[in-house]
Design a protein around this ligand. Sequence first.
Ligand code: CAA
Length: 391
Amino acid sequence: MSTGLAVGIHDLSFATTEFVLPHLELAGHTGADPAKYHVGLGQRSMSIAAADEDIVTMAASAAAPLVARWGADRIRTVVLATETSIDQSKAAGVYVHSLLGLSPAARVVELKQACYSATAAVQFALGLVHRNPGQLVLVIATDVSRYDPDSPGEATQGAAAVAMLVGADPVLLRVEEPSGLSTVDVMDFWRPNYRSTALVAGRESVTAYLQALEGVWKDYTEQGGRPLGDFRAFCYHQPFTKMAHKAHRHLLGFTGNVVDEDRIAAMLALTTAYNEVVGNSYTASVYLALASLLDHADDLDGEAIAIASYGSGSVAEFFGVTAVPGYREHLRTEEHRRAVERRRPIDFAAYRELQAHALPVDGGHHPLPRQTTGDYRLAALSGHKRVYERR
Ligand code: CAA
């Protein structure tokens, strides 16, 4: 049912980590041909969290500029999507709510379904805005992607948070009805509670992703969605950026469209600029693709953009957004460039040391090394409690 109210994404900002590991450095130690990473996977570097960074510090860094621009008063709901949760009970968003000084008159929850749940968060937020168009919902996707050392997934790690304000009469993007949906019970990628790194059936996960794309497109069409040719650009979940190429080629192929490699490459390059240097940020990845498109495309005023969200396990969703005329005045391109460029390169030994770093579990007071120069840090673990501080 359409109420005629325009709802969508009012603002969008991302943050990433203190450190970065170039794939050239990784290749020097794994023995892989750098071209496998650069060309085969489409990755140049990956964001690595400092010992005093986590999903909360990245989430607060991503969301703070939104609160600074639009104020805290109208934010009555915070939905934080992650698959690298830090607590089985307390929502990570409660720490973020506190770090940002949001009003106590708010609800805060955490959502999980692999890399997909930020899209569920956006859709749920739209429902809340329809009930109360005066409010803004803060949606945050934040993840640190980790695979076992020396596993095929190691080169596809990364970390980032994307914060979005969802509201009525958005200045960036209107979110359209309908959505195409798909849920299939498949074990392509998962992380049992006792593990800090993900398990993955690599090749099968690529196939599962492509099958889910077929499923969401079929449903999108049956629900009365736009024809494929209407979309000026396609933002895909990018576990590695070459996956977007596989996905788009597949979508064009099974819908009977011409696969023109040059056109695909030119369009997708606009969406992969951040992910190819940040790596897989799980829930944030497809919205990092969207940020990249908005920051790098010439002019999308009034144009339709497709969002294809995939989370292993699996749940997927396909929907359209329209760029609001004048949206470019509200972009954060310069801040996003700085977030990527401020990262400090580390060598392989420092990277492996950070990956091996585990938080103590004895309940004692453990200050954490001061490594990040960002605005928020995880200062200590004390009595099994996380202690955050703001610069
Ligand atoms: N020069 C150029 N290209 C090269 C090359 C070279 N020297 N050497 C290899 N390549 C190419 C290969 O031909 C291959 O390309 P195609 O996929 O087009 O065939 C590509 O580089 C990768 O090579 P391999 O298939 O040999 O790589 P791999 O087996 O070591 O690992 C992977 C690939 C399975 C994707 C692995 O990185 C992985 O397990 N990643 C994590 C899982 C993942 O990201 N899955 C994606 C779908 S699931 C999802 O989307 C959810 C999520 O976020 C995890």
